[in-house]
Design a protein around this ligand. Structure first.
Ligand SMILES: Cc1cc2nc3c(=O)[nH]c(=O)nc-3n(C[C@H](O)[C@H](O)[C@H](O)COP(=O)(O)O)c2cc1C
Length: 226
């Protein structure tokens, strides 16, 4: 048994419905993300755990880096032939969770996943460091390889090949965006009465007859028991 107990925040510093910094979840995410980025003690505030599943419901989860977010979705980049890429192809829904430990805050996002346009993926690929661009060509992500050496050799070969050339985006390297259906904002409290505020599209909440508060832009929100 691992015995670890951490204390969270002051009991007066709670997340209340009336004092949410925004009633639009994308704006609230942006405010929380900015705080996480500016404090200096969250090394990768955009590291997010992404869960996908096969069509028959076998789940898998891994970290990715969130590269853009807002009304149009929560974007990450990956290899379409990887395990996650294949799972998204056969079952285009996903869940993503971010945890900012020093802030005692977490956000959960769930929704449909879309591949972004080729031109958007290329635009982002072109901004990446050359070593990462070459890495995308070297790695057939999630396939079994004989050794690390085989990767290094291919990497060296491609470094020479592309020394004076632009590295093109491999067709299997793409961006995906999750279009949130729900977004949950979690804040840890020392008394363990953690705050959980869930935003959901108004039409979905109405269908489920959930008692909710009016949010902005077609969203409603409600509190869940911790
Ligand atoms: C902090 C962190 C960030 C990562 N970011 C990405 C990413 O943006 N895209 C990606 O394809 N893999 C990323 N990875 C690697 C993945 O977690 C994973 O090993 C890889 O994508 C293969 O996953 P899969 O076999 O389930 O498809 C990251 C790993 C960590 C720990």
């Amino acid at each position: 048994m691992i015995e670890l107990r951490v204390s969270y925040r002051d009991k007066d510093d709670v997340l209340l419905e009336d004092s949410l910094e925004s009633k639009n979840p994308h704006e609230l995410f942006s405010i929380w993300f900015k705080k996480a980025s500016e404090r200096g003690d969250v090394r990768q505030p955009n590291a997010a755990c992404l869960a996908t599943a096969t069509k028959s419901g076998i789940p898998s989860a891994r970290f990715v880096l969130l590269k853009a977010f807002g009304e149009s979705g929560y974007t990450f980049y990956t290899n379409s032939e990887s395990r996650k890429g294949r799972e998204i192809e056969e079952n285009p829904i996903a869940a993503m969770t971010i945890y900012w430990d020093p802030m005692d805050r977490s956000v959960r996002i769930e929704g449909a996943v879309e591949k972004i346009s080729e031109s958007e993926s290329t635009e982002y690929f072109d901004t990446r460091p050359k070593s990462s661009q070459i890495g995308a060509h070297v790695s057939r992500q999630s396939t079994v390889i004989a050794s690390r050496e085989s990767l290094s050799e291919l990497n060296k070969k491609l470094e020479i090949e592309y020394a004076d050339k632009r590295v093109p985006r491999p067709s299997y390297w793409n961006g995906y965006r999750i279009i949130p259906k729900t977004m949950e904002f979690w804040q840890g409290q020392s008394d363990r009465l953690h705050d959980r505020i869930v935003f959901e599209r108004a039409e979905n909440a109405a269908e489920k007859q959930i008692a909710s508060h009016a949010g902005e832009n077609g969203w409603v929100f409600y509190r869940l028991s911790p």
